[in-house]
Design a protein around this ligand. Sequence first.
Ligand code: BTN
Length: 337
Amino acid sequence: MDNLKSHLLGLLRTRSPEYVSSEQVCKSLGVTRAAVWKHVQSLRAAGYEIEALPHHGYRLLTVPDRLYPEEIAWGLKTAVYGREVHYFNRVESTNAVARELAGRGAPDGTLVVGEEQTGGRGRLARGWFSPAGGGVWCSLIIRPPLLPSEVAPVTLLCAVAVRRAIRQVTGLDVQIKWPNDLLLEGRKVCGILTEMSAEIEKVNYIIIGMGLNVNIQPDHFPAELRDRATSLLAGGGREYSRCRLLQCYLEQMEELVARWMKDGLEDILAEWKQHCLTLGRQVVVSTVREQFAGVAVDVGSQGELVVEDRQGVCRTFWAGEVTLADNLPPLFSQVAP
Ligand code: BTN
């Protein structure tokens, strides 16, 4: 959105629900009536409902359900995160764009957001269903002063941030499945995909890709996902503001990363554990090399999962896919062929 249009929107928004006279708008923008009219038309085309009444002026009636940078900025309480936004109506993958931008030096806190992803990426080379307007599909570039070996907990921290944001906006309680899936009534509502660029001695940047299913009707999920995926709409029975969710997420992320840098991870990990449904459960952890079954006994200080098998052998996992296996009777531990 160009500066004048954005200025006009700000003016209308600040004064809403009052009218702003045409003279006031012309004066504030320093343009003619005809130019104002052109910008009003273009805001309308972007989905803003603006009333124009002779002798009264202009009045903003509704804003569109879009994740425009202006919508994200309005009321956002962060200092840095989400202050620079790259917005796409349709994009292959926000993580791919973020990686490119980060490589070209995009600053800490840069956000890439798309209304729709045509090639959304999930963990373990899976795809991520990202229909237009159905959720928050975004990637946040952060540049904390960390060693590569210190980065692992960032996904846990992100899960805590999303959980808090969902709770704040919807009142819904979601649970966390190690390492960073968020589940609502046992189905996945949010996934996190973290990528990093580092040298031996320092992290250049971390990209946190977050996909949150917000206003997707249950029967709109592809058939193969229907049993496993859900949305906030499906869980809460109503639509929610994607923009508000994204703002809260950015605010929580900024606060949690600052706390992590200042005081360490202890409190954040405690909060993560409090809402984690993996701990104490029988699980099967699948990695590229093997499957290991046992009880998830702990999550270590860097977010690693400790699983103990029947023989009392403990294994530590830094990555992998966890299947909750309470209903699978014989516990097994095996190396894949
Ligand atoms: C998972 O498999 O659980 C992780 C899913 C992450 C999806 C998000 S949507 C925004 C960002 N862009 C992508 O291509 N993927 C992540």
